[in-house]
Design a binder for this molecule. Structure first.
Ligand code: ADP
Ligand code: ZN
Ligand code: MG
Length: 483
């Protein structure tokens, strides 16, 4: 029998607000432990939460970008559980009336597109962090509590069980990450945990309509881990269903991915909604989102990844693999378009951006801003290549120097002696010398050994210190040897 996986993802994205969701503490990552805390996020008696408007606006942005219905009157709820990183004993989240419902994300998949439904997007506060120290570093084992993250605003994006393979799950996550970064509501930094994912997965016989029992793999923050964990879990569940793992079973539970052992392990049995005793938070009023606010946020939305990909395809006629790279980040796409404005040749520009620029900035488009490369310098350099004044290889050197020093391309060309020998007279003199010095080779070439062409071109390059304009060198040589 054949089995197929059914996958639904719950993704947490940390919102890029300066302050926390219900107090004015900083959200700065990597601050000294417990520095970014106050009576509100420490849950001291007598305090009241005050909602951060920016966080609500960010959630609306995401909802609109994913075609969700925005709930006019959405409600914060208390999700009760006891854990040392949660000082209040409850997390403020949304339950019955989340801010966004019923949207979708269109993901690129093998040149096609697939819609993944969104059940809901809700706002909630993050918990703190626990750090467990092992006995070998101290006389006794110790656990530390850092509440800097307690109260930091998150959105949780819950997908429908529409995903059918680990590759699809990764494509969906990458599109979500691109979206939140385009919208400038989350920095997308998975290593720092700004974007993390719980994956729900079940397996069923192909053709079966009903879903199987799902397990939830908690808290993964790398595409590679997510893909591997899903593959592992598909194999495990399929083997259980096929009766090949008599000692194992599939139950509703929460599992953890162990990246060292490369397997998932049970963490706890799955809690049900009623375990949390959700109820509307009496300290917070319902959030009213008026039409005026909605249309203002809608009007300020940037061009989104999907729209940008389509427009780039029409406007620049580049292969889709290049379009994907150029539009992966808004910064890179903007820089590319600024370059096209001063040097309207998308094809060489795209090649240069993808092969050279991305290497210089180590793949991080945020580095363009701090660098000394300007669209003007790039346009100027590529124009020098078109005019035959420098070679393509020299252009790489020139732009590397511009990147390092910010000097104008022309003065780098001069200083480094990078000009190309492009006048026929000087090349003719060089070719004459070479023909005189190599009578045997000249003879063989004339008798039809055409492969010697590369030998002669090599000699020309050697004599000019690599500065001969290659097409011109070839034509001068061919003229001379025939005469
Ligand atoms: P729970 O009440 O256990 O939290 P939900 O219905 O809220 O479950 O769904 C949580 C996530 O699990 C969603 O992303 C949903 O798409 C996904 N999901 C639900 N049922 C299944 C299933 N049988 N197999 C795989 N994923 C599922
Ligand atoms: Zn605080
Ligand atoms: Mg649920």
């Amino acid at each position: 029998m054949n089995y197929e996986p059914v996958i639904g993802l719950e993704v947490h994205a940390q919102l890029l607000t300066k302050s926390k969701l219900f107090c004015s503490c900083s959200t700065q990552f990597g601050s000294e432990p417990n520095k970014n805390t106050c009576p509100v996020c420490l849950a001291l008696p007598g305090v009241l939460p005050v909602l951060n408007r920016q966080a609500v606006e960010f959630a609306i942005r995401m909802g609109l970008a994913t075609s969700c219905r925005i709930t006019g009157k959405n409600v914060f709820a208390r999700k009760n559980y006891f854990y040392p990183d949660l000082p209040k004993g409850y997390q403020i989240s949304q339950y019955e009336r989340p801010i966004c419902e019923k949207g979708f994300v269109d993901i690129p998949l093998d040149g096609e597109r697939k819609k993944i439904g969104l059940t809901r997007i809700h706002m909630e506060e993050d918990a703190g962090k626990l750090l467990h120290e092992h006995p070998q570093t101290r006389s006794k084992a110790a656990s530390w509590v850092d509440l800097n993250r307690a109260g930091v605003p998150l959105i949780e994006i819950v997908s429908e069980p529409d995903i059918r393979s680990p590759a699809e799950a990764v494509a969906y996550l990458k599109e979500l990450r691109r979206l939140v970064m385009y919208l400038e509501i989350c920095d997308g930094n998975m290593e720092e945990g700004s974007l993390r994912c719980d994956a729900n997965i079940s397996v069923r016989p192909v053709g079966e309509k009903k879903f199987g029992t799902k397990v939830e793999i908690k808290n993964m923050n790398s595409f590679r881990h997510i893909e591997k964990a899903l593959h592992y879990e598909i194999k495990r569940q399929t083997e259980v269903l096929a009766g090949k793992r008599s000692q194992d079973r599939i139950i509703q539970e929460t599992r953890l991915w162990d990246p060292e052992k490369e397997l998932t392990q049970p963490m706890r049995s799955k809690e049900e909604a009623h375990d949390y005793r959700y109820f509307p938070d009496p300290d917070l009023l319902p959030v009213e989102v008026h039409e005026a606010w909605l249309s203002q946020v809608r009007g300020a939305l940037p061009e989104l990844p999907e729209g940008k990909r389509d427009r780039f395809t029409r406007q620049y006629q580049l292969p889709s693999s290049q379009i994907d790279i150029l539009t992966d980040s808004r910064r890179l796409a903007d820089f590319f378009e600024a370059c096209v404005k001063v040097y309207p040749q998308p094809k060489p520009l795209a090649n240069w951006t993808i092969n050279e620029l991305l290497r210089m900035i180590q793949g991080d488009p945020d580095r363009i801003q701090g660098s000394r490369l300007s669209p003007e310098a790039i346009g100027k350099t590529l124009t020098l290549v078109d005019q035959g004044k420098i070679s393509g290889g020299m252009a790489k050197t020139v732009l590397q120097k511009v990147f390092e020093t910010g000097e104008p391309p022309e003065s780098i060309v001069q200083k480094e002696g990078l000009s190309q020998v492009s006048d026929e007279g000087s090349l003719a003199a060089v070719v004459d010398e070479i023909l005189n010095e190599n009578p045997k080779e000249v003879d063989r070439y004339r008798r039809g050994e055409e492969k010697l062409l590369s030998f002669f071109l090599g000699q020309i390059m050697k004599k000019t210190g690599g500065r001969a304009n290659p097409p011109l060198a070839k034509s001068v040589f061919e003229k001379k040897i025939k005469s």
